[in-house]
Design a protein around this ligand. Sequence first.
Ligand code: ZN
Length: 204
Amino acid sequence: MIEATTPAAVWDQLLAGNARFADDSVERPNSDRNRREELRGGQAPVAAILSCSDSRVPVEMLFDAGLGDIFVIRTAGGCVDAAVSGSLDFAVETLGVKLVIVLSHEACGAIGAAIKAVDEAEVPLGLQRVFVEKIAPSVIEAKAHGRAERSEVEKAHAGITAEHLVDRIPALQAGVKEGTLGIVAARYRLEDGRVETVSEHLGR
Ligand SMILES: [Zn+2]
């Protein structure tokens, strides 16, 4: 059960759920019929999470969260477009989440494609060009700071996306400024199942 008290408390509880997942000791909270019926009247998730569509990154599972706990948006590479921004705005303004999390992950194919495009100065022409367009700025910025390793670019992409969202979504910016809303950038490791914090603004 995740209590929506403060942004920091929500993050601590999600990390505790991730520790249970990584340790093979999941509790699968809020996953039964009672919870399902309780939620018929509406939802009040404690956090919104933007993650990658990668099949190895099932967000609810890796935080051991249940029904109605987290509002999840997934696109390949965690790329942001108008629908993603609108979904996050809805989570903040209408649902009143306490925390927004941008989650990247180990061995992200979309990030790998963007790194390749930058390294080889060759941008694809098809529909998948969008991943390069959206992620290349993160690759360029990470490299400019000497963080050329793929894992470093994955962390940088989460951090830069989080900054970008705070800059672009007025409700998110206001909440973070007032300390009523937290923003966290994190990266999920396939290696050990752990979510590592890249940057956090939790008002603590
Ligand atoms: Zn990915």
